[in-house]
Each structure stands twice: as C-alpha cells, then as structure tokens.
Write a protein that binds this ligand. Sequence first.
Ligand code: OFO
Length: 172
Amino acid sequence: MLTKKMESALNNQIEMEAYASFLYLAMASWCEQQGLEGTSNFFYRQAAEEHDHMMRIFKYILEMDGKAVVPSIDKPPHEFESVQALFADVYTHEQKVTGAINQLVELSANENDHSTHNFLQWYVMEQREEEALMRTILDKLKLIGTGPQSLYFIDKEITDINSQAASQGEEA
Ligand code: OFO
C-alpha cells in the first residue's frame, strides 16, 4: 500500500520518464533529418528505454494497489543547434532525472516505505549508468572536434556505442 504522497510522487516520475521518451524521440527525428543514422538509432533505443522506465513505475503503482495516471506531456524541442549541443542537453536532462530519483528515494525512506525504497534502487543504478554513458559520449565528441568530417566520425562512434549498449541490454 502506497501513501498518497508516495503515489503522487511516483506519478510525477511517470510524467518525467514519458517526457524523456518523447524528448529522445524528437532528438532521433532531428538526427535522422541531418543524415546521422547511427545517432538517430541511438535515440530511438533511448526513447524505447525511457518508455520502459515509465511502464515499470506504472505497473508498480498498480501492483501496490495505487492509481497509475497517464500523464499529458509537454511538447519537447524539435530543433537543436548541433549534435554537441544536443548531447549536452541530454546530459543535463539525465542529471535532472537523477535528482528526481534521489528525491523519491528520500521520500520513500521518510515514509518508511521499504518496498518502494527497494523498487527505486534499480533506477538509482540505471541513472548512474546513463550519466556515465552520456559523459563518455561527450568526451568522445570533444576528442573528435568540429572539423569537416567530424559528423561522419561522430555518427560512426555513436553507432558503435549503440550496438554495445544494445547487446548489454540483451544480456541483462
Ligand atoms: Fe529514465 O532513465 Fe534516464 O531519464
């Protein structure tokens, strides 16, 4: 059984995960228009992952006899200055999500809700991995720079990172 406070906070997180899914879908669309096929595939996969994160919370609330609410979602941006700016936005967004997860963990401890506290540990780990992944990508983008063929190399690099992440996902 969830307290009303916990139920409402988890529903807010559903909205945040759904927004992340739409944001990454918008990024996939932009990348595909720029001819960055590997990078767009990376974002299609990220969008699907965020949808899964949303659904895990949705199902959990129902399992705990609570009410899971389907959120309305703000329209994400569809224009990005550059692929570098786009990944900087992703990193900032993931840090924001990590902050929200930490607050949920804190709330579950304050509410003495061990089940939700335990459920949220998966998200703590996931955020740590996602932040590390985005930092790795940002470091690679810095190394590649902005020379004439940089977009080609960036797309190639992200294609490799995406297949690694996809195979790790299959193993998990
Ligand atoms: Fe939902 O994992 Fe990031 O945002």
